[in-house]
Design a protein. Structure first.
Length: 104
């Protein structure tokens, strides 16, 4: 199984991921769901959607060490995305993966 695949993350939905912001600061993000996309039969394409905790300021788009029980730490790129609500402060984080499918 590839290092990153949808199957790796599926059992972690609703788990809390610790995002290491600096040596002495970490914040929790909940893996709220996984969205699959079909862009090519050669790639498994999916995105992870993370909900921030209330009161956490928006993080800049960047790659952060992230871990959850049974996962990581691994460097994962996240981007803040507007939640599509009338509230301009409502957002979530998204991490997009396009993983080359290995031939059997």
């Amino acid at each position: 199984m590839p290092k990153f695949s949808k199957a790796v993350f599926e059992p972690l939905v609703n788990s809390i991921f610790t995002v290491q912001i600096s040596d002495d600061q970490a914040i929790p993000l909940r893996l709220a769901g996984i969205t699959s996309r079909q862009i090519s039969p050669l790639f498994e394409s999916f995105s992870l959607n993370f909900d921030p905790s209330l009161g956490i300021p928006v993080l800049p788009d960047n790659s952060y060490p992230m871990s959850a029980e049974g996962f990581g730490p691994e460097l994962i790129h996240i981007s803040a995305t507007h939640a599509g609500t009338p509230d301009p402060n409502a957002y979530y984080y998204e991490s997009v993966f396009n993983v080359l499918v290995e031939e059997s």
